[in-house]
Structures are given as C-alpha cells and as structure tokens.
Design a protein around this ligand. Structure first.
Ligand SMILES: *Cc1c(COP(=O)(O)O)cnc(C)c1O
Length: 393
C-alpha cells in the first residue's frame, strides 16, 4: 500500500470534489478564482485558442461562472448579444469611450450626460487627442454637431437630473448613416423602463450600482452590445484585464431577481409624489417624463415602458440657497445623498448650470432631485409638505 499523502498535500485538495449528494441551490454559487485548471494539455491549448471568440472559464480576469451568470441577466434585460462587467458605472462609460474611439476621432455627447463624463472628457479624451462636443439633450442640434471624424454619438435618455428625452431611433439612423457608433447610458431605464439596443443603439451602458443592485451596498457597471459592436469592447477589456469580484456580481444578480417588482413600486410611489408636488405653490416645475407636462412626455410614451423613482423639482426662482438648504435639512425621511436606485428615499441638490453647457439654466430656480423609495408614499408626501413649509420665504 502506498504511503498516505502528507497533511500539507491533503489540505491542498480536500473538499474540491464534493462528497455529498442531494439537490442544488436555487442560486449560482460564488466562484472565486484566479487560476483555472484544465483536464489535460490539449484542453488548455484549445481553451486558449477559443477564448477570444467564445466565453470560456480560463482565468479569473476573464470572468468566472458567477460573473457570467450576471452577464447573462444583463443580456436578457438589454436584449444584447453579450455584456461585460466593470467595477463602477463610470468605468463602464470610460471603457466604452476607450474601446471605440482613437486619437483623431470625435465623439458627440449629450448635454444631459451623467456629470462625471465631462471630467472624463477633460481628463482622458482631450490629452489623448480625441475631440468631443455636446449636443442638446433633446437631440435637436445633433445632426449639426456631427463632424467628418465623428465616430460615436453618446446619448443619455432620459437625461440625468431633469430627464430630457431624445428621439433615439432618429438619432441612431442619422449617426449610422455617417458611420458612427451609437452608445447610450441606460442607468435610468435599467433595461426595464428603456431599452436602447431595441431603439437602434449599438452599445448600452448601465450603472448596476443603482436599480440592478437595488440596495445601495455594491458598485458595478455593465456594457451590453449588439453582435456587430461586440469585438472592440471585448478585445479592449481583455487587453486591460478588467474584471469584477464574483461576490459583487452575486450581490447584483440577487438584486436583479427582484428588479421588475421593485421598479414597479418605485414608479407607483414616484407618480403619487410627483402628482402631489405638481399641485404645490412652492414648486415651479416637476421633472418626471411620465407627467404630461414634461417636454419629453410624448417620446417617453412612445419609447419607455414606465418610469422609476426619480423626480426632480425646480423651486421658485427667487428661492435663496439658505431656503434650499432648509428644505433639504427639514426632510426627515429622505437621506441626503447623490446616488439612487436603492430601497430608500434620497434628496440632493442638482446644480444644473454646472452640468449643462448647451442649455442655459442660469435664469431658472434651484433644482432638487428626489429619489422616491419603497416607503409609504403618504408619509413621504407629509414629510415633503412640512419641508416645503419650513423653506417657504
Ligand atoms: C450613477 C450613475 C453612473 C455612474 O455609476 P457609478 O457606479 O456610481 O460609477 C453613470 N450614469 C448614470 C446616469 C448614473 O446615474
């Protein structure tokens, strides 16, 4: 009989082949991996040859069964060919720009884009010789903004902070006719309320940090593409070694299981609050594309499946900063915070003049963004009522 292996050797393999029988867990397990081992040398060689093309489990940096499961869920939401995951939504945007643009190219960006995209443009595009400019959030001047070297139109619809709508199918047809890719930030729609790829975009980006995760406790970004747009993204991500933690992917996948009913509840609560806000004398404008008063309402009706928990308000033009602060500080049920998409209500001031360069906001009142959470909407309305009262001049 051969000698029993030493304890150090046995510890390296114990538990790797499950020694139990029974059913399977409902959810895919968290597979943590850097190294992946193969059956034999030919298996390894074959996997290496194929992995540029097919999604294979070959190394932790190329993804794990846990991250693949979330990629599949993102593809279902977005109607995409394939998807990649990123440590944050902002990284997903950055990698979208890096993957499709080269020095000498031009990208035309929506004026309503998530504000840090402007810093990304200044900090990365400019020094790397990629031109950029902005088009009006409703798309009205986009065609005039196209240049001979425009390689991408980057939309965000509905836009950040006040939810401007653009006619994405029309913009996509225009951009495609000029040989440009069309990318869209779909964090607002989260693959449920809006689906850019079905409306003509090639690339759809989401901050899964928001509704997909849904609980304000994990950061992640996603990029989903059509088959024609897949290769540049996949190759650039592999070259850069971009991956996410399987624990984080597992958390987001857990959030996705309840995404649709959560969004339906956010929508119902937000509409109730928005309609009440619209009747308040201290509120000059309520921004929510589901309200008939919103300038993009017709496009919202045509292109969106619903709205979410985001509602912004413009206070009277003469409202002082002290009274804006008093309104925000008086709210008891709204956390003061900038992110959104979790179960809880939030409030933050939106500094419109700093986030728009095409549209002039200098003559408008202060804008405050609310995220309406899953709390009882009547309690939120009561809270908003007392805060508006407290901030009244
Ligand atoms: C939050 C957000 C992002 C960035 O997501 P992070 O995960 O916070 O980096 C991108 N786009 C929009 C519209 C967002 O609201």
């Amino acid at each position: 009989m051969s000698r029993t292996q030493g304890i150090k050797t046995r510890l390296a393999s114990v538990g790797k082949t499950p020694a139990y029988d029974g059913g399977t867990a409902v959810n895919p397990p968290v597979v943590r991996a850097s190294t992946v081992v193969f059956r034999n040398a030919a298996h390894q060689r074959q996997a290496r040859e194929q992995r540029g093309q097919d999604r294979l489990f070959t190394y932790g940096a190329r993804g794990t069964p846990t991250t693949f499961a979330l990629e599949d869920a993102v593809c279902e939401l977005e109607g995409a060919y394939r998807a990649r995951l990123f440590p944050t939504g902002l990284t997903a945007i950055a990698m979208t720009l890096v993957s499709y643009l080269r020095p000498g190219d031009h990208v035309l960006i929506s004026d309503s884009a998530y504000q840090p995209v402007r810093q990304l443009a200044r900090q990365f595009l400019e020094p790397y010789g990629i031109e950029y400019s902005f088009f009006a959030a409703d798309g009205s001047d986009a065609e005039d903004g196209m240049r001979p070297n425009t390689r991408m139109l980057y939309a965000e619809c509905p836009g950040s902070l006040v939810y401007e709508m653009c006619d994405l199918p029309a913009l996509a047809a225009m951009a495609h006719a000029r040989g440009a890719w069309v990318a869209a930030d779909n964090t607002w729609g989260s693959g449920c309320q809006y689906r850019p790829l079905a409306l003509g975009a090639d690339i759809s980006v989401m901050a899964a940090t928001k509704y997909l995760s849904g609980h304000s406790d994990v950061m992640m970004g996603t990029v989903a593409t059509t088959e024609a747009a897949w290769k540049p993204l996949a190759q650039r991500c592999d070259a850069f070694g971009i991956t996410v933690s399987p624990d984080d992917a597992w958390l987001v996948l857990r959030g996705v299981r309840s995404l649709i009913p959560r969004l339906a509840m956010h929508e119902r609560h937000a509409l109730q609050v928005a309609q009440w806000l619209a009747s308040q004398p201290g509120v000059a404008t309520v921004f929510c594309p589901a309200l008939p008063s919103h300038p993009g309402h017709d496009l919202w009706q045509r292109d969106c499946q619903g709205t979410n928990g985001l509602v912004s308000i413009e206070l009277a033009r003469t409202t002082s900063q002290a009274n804006v602060d008093r309104f925000i500080d008086s709210l008891q049920l709204f956390g003061i915070g900038a992110s959104w998409g979790g179960h809880e209500s939030l409030v933050t001031q939106a500094h419109m003049s700093e986030t728009r360069s095409v549209t002039d906001w200098s003559k408008r009142g202060p804008v405050v963004r609310l995220h309406i959470g899953l709390e009882d909407p009547q309690d939120l309305i009561d809270d908003l009522a007392q805060a508006l009262q407290a901030a009244a001049p």
